[in-house]
Design a protein around this ligand. Structure first.
Ligand SMILES: NC(=O)c1ccc[n+]([C@@H]2O[C@H](COP(=O)([O-])OP(=O)(O)OC[C@H]3O[C@@H](n4cnc5c(N)ncnc54)[C@H](O)[C@@H]3O)[C@@H](O)[C@H]2O)c1
Length: 271
């Protein structure tokens, strides 16, 4: 018997990236077909349960086609680090607009948007934030994610398209430095968070920090309790190995802010 899955087809943008490769597999539990898309080369389809489409998010007509026959979108695609504004513009700003317009035109009602902790990167480390704290983007990348969150609010109130914006901390197999002891999001917790973002009811536009149950958290998800996100992993098991790294100098650029080195990037040369 075919197992019950809540969605027929989910579109995954950024499927060739670090998190995209993880979610391409994990999303199989929730949809009969995963449509994996990226501007970069993708692993070929492994069967009828996977569709693979190369597409630049800057291509509006292409993105409209990507969303055809889709029930939900997990939008990870874009530039994922701090870069000059001109490099961010097409993928993150135009691209996110194209995803929302495509959702509206194709009748897609749920989007999971990969936002970032860098929308609040200019708060000092150690200060506890919740998702109602005023944003303090720490660069053009963080600004593009703040724009994406506002896009989600607009498309909900205007068109009823629901979004969960995930302010992802640092999602890698292991934390890599002291900052990530606070910001780490394990892959199993990421998979659980994306599942809750797809399945929770009446989310409107909800914002949640994507972080594991680390000891020294800077982010409190009290306003996102309705999502049912319950992380299980913690960076504590990596603390000893991380603390063997040389301590950062007090004047190391960005070390006092939650956004870390992103807060000290730029200015970029004029183009
Ligand atoms: N990994 C993290 O810790 C983390 C933290 C905060 C936010 N995020 C966000 O989560 C998402 C996934 O992160 P990741 O670590 O997998 O990043 P990644 O850079 O590995 O993947 C992003 C993917 O987007 C694709 N892309 C870039 N420009 C594109 C375009 N114009 N059209 C289509 N595709 C394009 C890239 O080819 C890449 O495969 C990103 O949106 C990122 O900003 C990740």
């Amino acid at each position: 018997m075919t197992p019950f899955k809540p969605f027929n087809r989910i579109l995954l943008t950024g499927a060739a990236g670090g998190l995209g490769q993880v979610l391409r597999d994990a999303l199989q539990a929730h949809a009969h077909i995963i449509r994996a898309s990226d501007i970069s080369p993708l692993a070929p389809s492994r069967g009828a349960h996977e569709e693979v489409h190369r597409c630049d998010l800057a291509d509006k007509a292409g993105v409209l086609g990507l969303a055809e026959g889709v029930d939900a979108i997990v939008h990870l695609g874009g530039v994922s680090v701090e870069r000059p504004f001109e490099d961010i513009l097409d993928a993150n700003i135009r691209g996110t607009f194209h995803v929302y317009e495509a959702a509206r035109q194709q009748g897609v009602k749920r989007i999971v948007f990969a936002s970032s902790n860098h929308v609040t990167g200019f708060y000092p480390q150690g200060v506890e934030l919740d998702t109602h704290a005023q944003r303090r983007p720490d660069g053009y990348y963080g600004l593009s994610k703040a724009y994406g969150e506002d896009m989600a609010t607009f498309y909900f109130h205007r068109y009823g398209i629901e979004t969960v914006s995930l302010r992802i901390g640092s999602s890698f197999p292991e934390p890599r430095n002291r900052r990530m002891l606070s910001t780490w999001l394990s892959y199993p917790d990421l998979e659980h968070l994306v599942a809750r973002a797809l399945l929770a009811e009446d989310v409107g536009h909800s914002v949640v920090y994507g972080v594991s149950a680390n000891r020294d958290l800077w982010w409190n998800n009290r306003h996102a309790a309705h999502l049912g996100y319950a992380p299980r992993d913690s960076s504590e098991m990596f603390r000893a190995q991380i603390e063997r790294q040389p301590a950062p100098a007090a004047d190391e650029p960005g070390s006092g802010f939650q956004g870390g080195p992103f807060t000290a990037a730029g200015p970029f040369p004029a183009v």
